[in-house]
Design a protein around this ligand. Structure first.
Ligand code: ARG
Length: 456
């Protein structure tokens, strides 16, 4: 098969080389963006009188026909045409004849491929922003339903202080809010157009880069042609944002797994989001959050992979850069799929409020409140801490929780205790007392819900 670049060659490409260097098996995902970029490019060439408008119209019609065929899955991509750019150019020439060969005037595959990826990532970023919003909405929904649900809050996975379950869920809301902001911010840089940078140095034709950028909806153009074709920062940035987001997805998945275990029983995931065991009939496994946690690994891998590909590359384009695509495509798919599952899984889970409350009622997580109580009676906090530590030890040794101790027992540890000590020990009081801004009291959480609602 003849190559679009075959002129200076005297031999056929080795078959293994052809397969090894081809990217069509994966960059066909950029087909629509490639056509979009070509239509804008050729329109600009016409407007700048570099090509006659008749040719421009023929080329645009041909490209649109190819687009329809691709959407109808009527085309067969060929490995010998290497990548999506040459596959489409070949199809165009087959469709409209030699005039199709004018499309590549004043551009290179180097600015073309960069343009395709900017367009692709822009589209996907908007979609991901939308899906993060769905996850936030499901968290907010559950948070609203659980403003009276008290659970143990943990540090070191040891019970620390009681909190509202909604407060815990909203912590994730804000993580995803930052992810959404990062995605939005990245659009500023995705919105630079590389088109017209040529192979590396610009072009001899009097093109108008601002016009093709405008036609493609980009906000500005790269001011340096070398940078335009060499830059993959926008992909690195996307992979970094995706990695941080997967960390959040993985952390909440871990909690859902723990909470739905027999040991905790704080929540139950809906049957439709769990799977069974082929041998143990009683099993209901949280495969979805486990897989979300597991898929985090491949996203981190994609980030490290591309960082490593780029770190030693001289300017400008190097074939190594073709390795930028699979990780990006895989990350988009993984992140999109993860967010789509996470939202309904959170929405449909049931919350076992009794179990959560029972956990809080049978621990020492109100100890800080007794220390704070002694502080209000004038004892320095450090001394109060010591006294309560002794009370907790006494409780553990005598099989009693702090609510079970008698007034006399309290008094034997400090004469500062009065009868009102029992008022501060109840989990509800413990939660309500944390009424500082951003704290877990119902009042604070309700204010937080108002703030969160404004973000959706
Ligand atoms: N398939 C190539 C890639 O994805 C397109 C750019 C090829 N440019 C070149 N000079 N060989 O990187």
């Amino acid at each position: 098969m003849s190559k679009l670049w075959g002129g200076r060659f005297t031999k056929q490409t080795n078959e293994l080389v052809e397969q090894f260097t081809a990217s069509i098996s994966f960059d066909q995902k950029l087909a629509l963006e490639d056509i979009e970029g070509s239509i804008a490019h050729v329109q600009m060439l016409g407007e700048c009188e570099i090509l006659p408008m008749d040719d421009v119209e023929l080329i645009k019609e041909g490209l649109k026909k190819i687009e329809t065929k691709i959407l109808n899955k009527e085309v067969q991509f060929s490995v010998s045409d290497e990548d999506i750019h040459m596959n489409i150019e070949k199809m165009l020439i087959d469709e409209i004849g030699p005039v199709g060969g004018k499309l590549h005037t004043g551009r290179s595959r180097n600015d073309q491929v960069a343009t395709d990826m900017h367009l692709y990532l822009k589209k996907q970023t908007y979609e991901l922003i939308d899906w993060v919003g769905h996850v936030q909405a499901s968290l907010l929904e559950q948070a609203k339903k659980n403003v009276d649900t008290i659970m143990p809050g943990y540090t070191h996975l040891q019970r620390a202080q009681p909190i509202l379950f909604s407060h815990h869920l909203l912590a994730y809301f804000w993580m995803f809010e930052r992810d959404k902001e990062r995605l939005k911010d990245s659009l500023k840089r995705i919105n630079w157009s590389p088109l017209g940078a040529g192979a590396l140095a610009g072009t001899t034709f009097p093109i108008n880069r601002n016009r093709s950028a405008e036609l493609l909806g980009f906000e500005t153009v790269y001011p340096n042609s070398l940078d335009a074709v060499s830059d993959r920062d926008f992909i690195l940035e996307f992979l970094s944002i995706a990695s941080i987001m997967m960390t959040h997805i993985s952390r909440i998945s871990e909690e859902l797994i723990i909470w739905s275990s027999q040991e905790f029983q704080f929540i139950e995931l809906d049957d439709s989001f769990c799977t069974g065991s082929s041998i143990m009939p009683q099993k209901k496994n949280p495969d979805v959050p486990e897989l979300l946690r597991g898929k985090t690994g491949r996203v981190y891998g994609n980030l490290i992979g591309l960082l490593t590909v780029l770190k030693g590359l001289p300017l400008a384009y190097n074939k190594d850069m073709q390795e930028d695509k699979e990780g990006m495509l895989d990350t988009v798919e993984t992140l999109n799929g993860s967010l789509r599952l996470l939202a309904p899984m959170i929405e449909t889970m049931t919350v076992n409020t009794e179990k959560m409350y029972a956990a809080v009622a049978t621990d020492y997580s109100n100890a800080t409140d007794i220390a704070d109580y002694l502080v209000t009676k004038g004892l320095p906090f450090r001394q109060a801490h010591e006294v309560i530590g002794k009370i907790v030890l006494y409780g553990i040794q005598h099989g009693k929780y702090l609510l079970d101790l008698s007034f006399e027992e309290y008094q034997s540890f400090s004469p500062l205790f009065e009868k009102d000590i029992f008022d501060v020990l109840h989990p509800t009081h413990v939660v309500e007392a944390r009424n500082s801004f951003g704290g877990t009291s119902k009042e604070q959480v309700q204010q937080q819900i108002v703030l969160a609602e404004k973000k959706l």
